[in-house]
Design a protein around this ligand. Structure first.
Ligand SMILES: Cc1ncc(COP(=O)(O)O)c(C=O)c1O
Length: 439
């Protein structure tokens, strides 16, 4: 056997042992999973949560802690893929939901909360107008459809490896169930190639949509010069710039766009802004969004039974104005920056080909050295080592995304950060030879 084959055999052995212990620890989760497969395809209704041999089922959460069916306790470093910023039992969110419940939840009318919540969202993120949806996917569907009508052009530029929802998946070349728009795929952070593509499709391009930091794609930051170049190029050719801040709006009081000073035409939102309830929104320039003004004879339609549902309106409003204030956003993101730097220092000290990318309260692990500026760069990481990292973290009571993403919620404090740092240190020590062999 060659060196690479030997190394792969070692990782396979380590993974097999780790998974064997996982199966033994999670008998109840396995039984639940098997039952679920009878009525749900692969026992699943949310693709991102599935992993082999079977996913653990969480029975309960409190603060920043989770308990699985078999009784194991975790620190929740997943934070519901950024939607769970308030933790599981924030008293302000809880009170807001109960208030809404007490007032009747399906009113079939404009209610007293929606315009107040819209005002809070507009003020916070510098929007002239906003409309609510029920998910980030829906927000992007609406924003992109609106851009195509507004510009009377068909094409939409997206980024290689980008993700904007279940029907906007652009890793590995796309998905057969993507929305049937004409997409133009651009390489993230490559100014020259992207601007050339924008110019090539100038007459047909309705919009360019991207995240100012790819979240699901591995917490890869857009370089400020790239964002500014896209702003200039879209303005020049009359296409709209849409920033998807479904995840990244949490990274600064005014969203990540405010940090870079890039003003898009439209911004899409989701996740934590609904206070942990189902949520999405798109907003920005009044002259564009006002196409939905129902007083207009040519108004575009946008109905949605739950667009103004009072549970989301109430929890979202309380969360944004009373809990995740601009000051709280700054504190949480500073904590995240410090934690990520601490974890990277551990990787460097161990000489391991491993790093944590991200910004503020969002990060992702990559099993590789060197800069990561695109999905193509991230794909060079060692997938098996990352899988081992996931199972080792879970075994140590750290809850995270299978793909290695972690986020901070407000209840996470120093003790929880210490626990994560300890778990990473343990991984670096116990897997030292595998990491060394990886490069
Ligand atoms: C950047 C981004 N946009 C859109 C979405 C879709 O949001 P939802 O899952 O609420 O449909 C996600 C979800 O992960 C996301 O990360």
């Amino acid at each position: 056997m060659g060196e690479t084959e030997l190394r792969n055999a070692d990782i396979d052995t380590a993974l097999a042992e780790t998974k064997e212990a996982y199966v033994a620890r999670n008998a109840k989760s396995l039984a639940r999973y098997v039952e679920a497969t009878a009525v749900m395809p692969g026992g699943n209704t949310r693709t991102v949560l599935f992993y082999a041999p079977f996913p653990i089922a969480i029975a309960r959460g409190e603060g920043c802690r989770l308990w699985d069916m078999d009784g194991a306790e975790y620190v929740d470093f997943l934070g519901e893929y950024t939607a769970g910023i308030y933790g599981h039992s924030h008293p302000v969110i809880r009170a807001a939901v109960i208030r809404a419940l007490d007032g009747g939840i399906n009113l079939g009318a404009h209610n007293l909360l929606e315009a107040r919540f819209a005002r809070a969202v507009c003020d916070r993120f510098g929007l002239e107008r906003v409309r609510f949806t029920n998910s980030g996917t829906e927000a992007n569907l609406m924003a992109i459809s609106l851009a195509r009508v507004f510009t009377r052009r068909p094409k939409v530029m997206v980024m290689e490896g980008g993700y904007h929802g279940a029907v906007f998946t652009f890793s590995g070349g796309g998905s057969p169930i993507n929305a049937p728009f004409e997409f133009v795929l651009a390489p993230y952070n490559d100014i020259e190639a992207t601007v050339a593509l924008i110019d090539r499709h100038a007459a047909d391009l309705a919009a360019v949509i991207l995240e100012p930091m790819m979240g699901g794609g591995g917490c890869i930051q857009a370089e400020p010069a790239y964002l500014h170049a896209l702003r200039a190029a879209t303005t020049r050719i009359g296409a709209l710039l849409i920033l998807d801040e479904v995840m990244t709006s949490r990274l600064a009081p005014g969203g990540l766009q405010s940090v870079h000073g890039v003003k898009p035409d439209l911004t899409t939102f989701g996740k934590y802004i609904g206070g942990g309830m189902s949520f999405g929104a798109f907003g920005g320039r009044a002259d564009i969004i006002d196409m939905f003004d129902p007083r207009r004879a040519d108004a575009l339609p946008h109905a949605g039974t739950f667009n103004n549902n009072v549970l989301t309106m109430s929890a979202g409003l309380a969360g944004l104005t009373e809990v995740y204030t601009p000051a709280a956003a700054q504190t949480l993101n500073a904590r995240g920056d410090a934690l990520r730097e601490r974890l990277n220092a551990l990787c460097r000290a161990a000489g391991a080909p491993m790093q944590f990318t991200g910004r503020g309260s969002m990060m992702a692990v990559h099993m590789m050295r060197g800069p990561i500026r695109s999905a193509a760069d991230a794909a060079k990481g060692d997938a098996k080592l990352k899988e081992l990292f996931f199972f080792d973290m879970v075994a140590q009571g750290i809850w995270l995304a299978k793909r290695g993403m972690m986020t901070l919620s407000l209840p996470i404090g120093d003790a929880e950060c210490d626990k994560l740092a300890g778990a990473v240190e343990e991984f670096l020590a116990s897997r030292r030879s595998l990491l060394a062999a990886a490069g």
